[in-house]
Design a protein around this ligand. Sequence first.
Ligand SMILES: [Mn+2]
Length: 350
Amino acid sequence: MTQVTASYSTTSTPRHIADRLVNAKRVLITSHDRPDGDAMGSVLALARALRQRGRFVDIWLAGAFDPVLQCLFANEQPGHAPEKLPTAEYEAVAVLDTGSWIQLEHLGPWLKERREKVVVVDHHRSGDTDFADRIVDTRCASCTQALVPIIEALGVKFDMPGTGGSGSIAEALFAGLATDTGWFRFSSADAAVFTLASRLLSAGVEKDRLYRQLEENSRPQRLGLLGRALSNIRWLANNRAAIMQLLPEDFVTASGSPEDLAGVVNAPMQVGSTECSLLLSQTEVGIVKLSFRSKPPLHVGGTFVDVNRMASEFGGGGHVHAAGARVKGEMSVVAAQVAKVIERTIAELG
Ligand SMILES: [Mn+2]
């Protein structure tokens, strides 16, 4: 079970994690199912750093991901076949940007048989405690930021001027940092984030090209799905929360797939009164995916909707301003349950 307890915390040091990885001849690096920009950036940054140290590294990714993330790959060949498992054996396995079994569905059983080989680097508040060696740095805005002390402990220089081009460690680190902070807009983008961003830009990361490739590169299907979602938007709690839903027939009409959904949940945030936005989507029979976002109020010291807490009521999790869950059930039933939780949460805020 995923637990929200103090026990999901750091148990190791960057030096120890680096030693475990560099002492392994073969390393497998993986992240949560349906990897996002931070998961992908984390996996690529660590893989590149270990390869610079002469280690043999395989990357394993499970589940669909937004095709725009392909631009981050250089010559890497990620294992990307959920129905298959790695066939090679590894002396160490790095699990990045998650420590939750629920997010490691595809590789879970394989990892469970090798748990003594696994190290975890994460920045989420909740996770499981089965893996002994963990860095869980919730002060970090991205997992790539949490990886920096480990890459430094590996003795790999990633911020030398001229080394931040396409396919570099710096670019991969920047991609995670930028995407997990909404391109430096979220409250998590603090001074330490800008300091790291500054180092990465000094290395030569081309942020304009990356923004264009990652954020202005979707298929027309995304707007089709956004249109379907906006057409059924429901406002709750005096327009403080918005709920949208996408049924299998919406995906058919828009010729879209779950990979086209990136950013759709954020659209209601344009409205001043919106504090919380929720997108329910269904592409598999009997499974509803919940995607939550919240934004802080404008007045200083105002309370905000903690969507991590809300998602955890449905067996999911994430961050205070972005979280998700997968729920078994029918859309109408799940939508009614979530609406109740939202109404209650906002009533408690006052
Ligand atoms: Mn992350």
